[in-house]
Design a protein. Structure first.
Length: 371
């Protein structure tokens, strides 16, 4: 399959890129941060995502979505990354939507997916429990109790968890690992907002003997639904990082053209041109592998899991290079809050850890290769 967007996908990229750049630019992030907004994002903007068809990009048309795939979701995530836009797209439009599509009961789908597609609801996925992404070490338990389950455990780094209308909690049962739809206002649920270095949203949640009905379990408790949801999440984060790398690079190019020294633009200095050319190549290679991985995910290819890990690891590598070079080529001012490159660096640091750092995904690639 060619590593280029189709005509329809290119049109979506243009529409999403223009909309997000206009309605959710970096100044929007700064405003939310500087005013210490309690939500950390704009619900009005999320509803506008719904009107544009972006929040429901993967939700089936019967529920008000667009019924598109991972590549299209990656297109939206890349535009979000380029503009550092605080949005529940990852948590609700992708992770929660995927969990409901693949594992939700019909009543749950009819209840939640139209609202997700319209940007009227936010659902957060609660998986990680420590400083690192280790889904194989989940300790949260869901024990049979009467006609339902009793859930206890602690979750950390839950994207948009403090403003979620519902939670999808990963917990171990006697049968295996399952995902449970939980009301954050239920007895025994404690939600604490986590202030992130990149001014985006996260939360820490404690569950103490939280009772849910049996139909709160999405799909089967065999771990496969969580694996699939995480696969889509990792691909979207890789796409967002690719967009953020491009955003930092674009700002660096502008600075190289505008900043003068010794009577000429510093972009005319050959050493800086070589560094910019190298960075451009690294970003383009990452964009290609991210697209390849998302295409494989849409096609149900056997190597989709491997390609997603390669894409995430590669996005971390090129993303870190992009923000480091951006700061270096800006000089000392690159470390000041006045310039946006520092915001890209902070976001890159957070997304590098989200759903697996470079070591986590390198290990997955090595194991797939028999090492």
């Amino acid at each position: 399959m060619p590593l280029i967007l189709s005509e329809e996908q290119a049109m979506l990229a243009e529409a999403a890129g223009g909309f997000i750049a206009e309605r959710g630019p970096i100044s929007h992030l700064r405003h939310l941060r500087d005013t210490r907004d309690a939500d950390g994002l704009s619900r009005d903007l999320w509803r506008d995502f719904g009107e544009m068809g972006l929040s429901g990009v993967i939700i089936p048309e019967v529920y008000g979505g667009s019924g598109l795939g991972a590549v299209e979701a990656g297109v939206v995530a890349e535009a979000i990354g380029r503009n550092l836009t605080p949005s529940p797209f990852l948590s609700s439009g992708l992770l929660a939507a995927r969990a409901l599509i693949d594992g939700g009961h019909e009543a749950q789908k009819a209840d939640w997916m139209p609202r997700l597609a319209a940007g009227e609801a936010i659902i957060a996925l609660a998986v990680d429990e420590g400083a690192k992404h280790r889904p194989d070490r989940i300790q949260t338990r869901a024990e049979r109790a009467g006609n339902g389950y009793r859930i206890s455990g602690t979750k950390a780094l839950i994207v948009d968890g403090h403003i979620a209308d519902a939670l999808i909690v990963a917990a171990r049962t006697d049968e295996g690992l399952g995902l449970f739809l939980v009301d954050p206002r239920a007895d025994g649920v404690t939600v604490e907002r986590t202030l992130m270095v990149d001014a985006h949203n996260a939360a820490r949640i404690e569950l103490s003997d939280v009772m849910v009905d049996a139909d709160a379990l999405l799909g089967a408790a065999d771990g496969r639904l969580l694996d699939r949801v995480l696969l889509w999440g990792r691909g979207a984060v890789a796409a967002e990082m690719s967009g953020a790398a491009q955003g930092a690079f674009d700002q660096t190019l502008t600075y190289l053209r505008d900043r003068t020294q010794f009577g000429k633009a510093i972009g005319e200095f050959q050493a800086l041109q070589h560094r910019a050319a190298h960075l451009y190549s690294e970003i383009e290679i990452t964009r290609a592998i991210v697209l390849k991985a998302l295409q494989a995910l849409d096609a149900g290819a056997d190597d989709a899991d491997l390609l997603i890990s390669v894409a995430k690891a590669r996005a971390i590598r090129s993303g870190e290079l992009a923000v480091q070079e951006a700061v270096q080529m800006h000089g000392g001012v690159g470390m000041t809050d006045e310039f946006d490159v520092g915001l890209y660096m902070k976001r890159m640091r957070v997304t590098s850890e989200l759903f697996g750092d470079a070591g986590f995904h390198a290990d997955r690639v090595a194991r797939a290769g028999g090492y």
